[in-house]
Design a protein around this ligand. Structure first.
Ligand SMILES: *Cc1c(COP(=O)(O)O)cnc(C)c1O
Length: 402
């Protein structure tokens, strides 16, 4: 037993299980632990380090902005904040009427979106719809939008009015009326196990929410910033939402969250109605602007699409009895397992120097940096095949198929 496990067990709040490793350094798609062991990182801090670790663009943006201006409060504007707001509006097709609110995390972006829904709904529209299995964050407001009972139960009562409905167009049609303020949706439910919406769902949701005067708010915290092989998970649907929320990958590792509003929804917040001391600070916004610029300039959205397809083919070609199918888009991938052995696969992978994640007991989630190429995919192939084979051999399923 080395010292760090003892320190962690004694000093950190027990809100999560034991830490998997003590990491000390990263470069590109690799991480090193305190023993000097190298790990191939196919999680990227849960879809956060879009450019990989210690990318020169990220390092330069942090260093230059820290040496220039790090924080001033929202009594003031700064050039990086305005540059990032303009870039997000452009990339997400918000047009001239779009507006951006900055926070420091995904949960804060969804808190702002929740308040946006309340401002829109007022007393006449107390209902808010979200989907079964939704994950929108862990603060009290964003937790009210999150479906998972185990996450919610200890913290009841949560803010009222939120109902979780099945992710079908029929269920939405049945649930919507003129007392609904907003519908919250993730284009792909990442935390639930990389689960896609039914074909045509976003288009139908747009038509139905317009019909009933409800806001359509899309949680792009995990799917945004090129992760799915397009700029945002909703991009290919061609719709215009009322708001999207962003975090994770837009910062490439610096904490930041954002709410982007479209059209009339941009008029809902008024002076004094919301705020955050750190939100939109020049350090975080300069880094996020540099990260998004690099994603644009280096063609990383296209790379995510191409490498995602390559990765899917690679996984299916392993022909493992444990792999039932591959879900997701671009570089947000869920490997469906034929048995609830995701934790065993994660452990076997880690022993071999590969970091992947168990999104649920029968799904391995992959969310590598958007910069991965042939070398990373080849290294992943070897390590993942080996981990799957070890788990298959140890499980009844493996024996049954021999
Ligand atoms: C991660 C995530 C959140 C919460 O973001 P935090 O930064 O952890 O607060 C919300 N929604 C989705 C879809 C996420 O993936």
């Amino acid at each position: 037993m080395t010292l760090w496990q003892d320190d962690a067990a004694r000093d950190l709040v027990r809100n999560a299980g034991p830490r998997l490793a003590m990491l000390t350094r990263g470069e590109g798609s690799y991480l090193w632990d305190e023993k000097g062991t190298r790990h191939l990182d196919f999680l990227a801090g849960i879809a956060v380090t879009s450019l990989g670790h210690a990318h020169p663009v990220f390092v330069d943006a942090v260093s230059r902005q820290a040496a220039t201006l790090a924080h001033v409060s929202n009594y003031f504007a700064t050039p990086p904040q305005l540059a990032l707001a303009a870039r997000i509006k452009r990339l997400a097709g918000a047009g001239a009427s779009g507006r951006v609110y900055f926070g420091n995390s995904g949960a804060e972006a969804n808190e702002a979106a929740f308040k946006l829904a309340r401002l829109h709904g007022g007393a006449d529209r107390p209902r808010i719809l979200a989907l079964e299995n939704a994950f929108h964050g862990r603060t009290i407001g964003s937790l009210a939008l999150t479906a998972k009972v185990q996450m919610r139960a200890p913290f009841e009562p949560l803010p009222g009015g939120v109902e979780h409905i099945p992710a079908t167009i029929e269920a939405l049609e049945a649930a919507l009326d003129d007392r609904v303020a907003a519908l919250f949706v993730e284009p792909i439910q990442g935390e639930a196990g990389v689960v896609e919406l039914p074909e045509g769902y976003l288009e139908a949701a747009r038509a139905l929410t317009l019909k009933h005067g409800a806001l359509l708010i899309i949680d792009e915290i995990q799917t945004g910033a090129g992760r799915t092989g397009e700029w945002f998970g909703f991009t290919s649907s061609g719709i215009t939402p009322d708001a999207i929320t962003l975090a994770k990958g837009i910062g490439g590792g610096i904490p930041i969250g954002a709410l982007l509003t479209y059209g009339a929804a941009s008029d809902l917040f008024t002076p004094g109605s919301h705020g955050s001391t750190f939100g939109g600070n020049p350090l975080a916004t300069a880094v996020a602007d540099a990260v998004l610029a690099e994603i644009e300039n280096a063609g990383l959205v296209e790379n995510a699409a191409a490498r995602g397809a390559q990765l899917r083919e690679t996984i299916l070609a392993l022909d493992s009895p444990l792999v039932e199918g591959v879900r997701g888009r671009g570089l947000l991938i869920g490997v469906g397992l034929a048995a609830p052995v995701a934790n065993e696969v994660v452990a076997a992978a880690q022993e071999r120097g590969l970091i992947v994640n168990a999104a649920n007991p029968s799904t391995i989630r992959l969310a590598p940096a958007l910069t991965i190429g042939d070398a990373e995919i080849a290294a992943f192939r070897t390590l993942f095949a080996d981990a799957l084979a070890a788990v298959a051999a140890a499980s009844a399923l493996g024996k049954a198929t021999v």
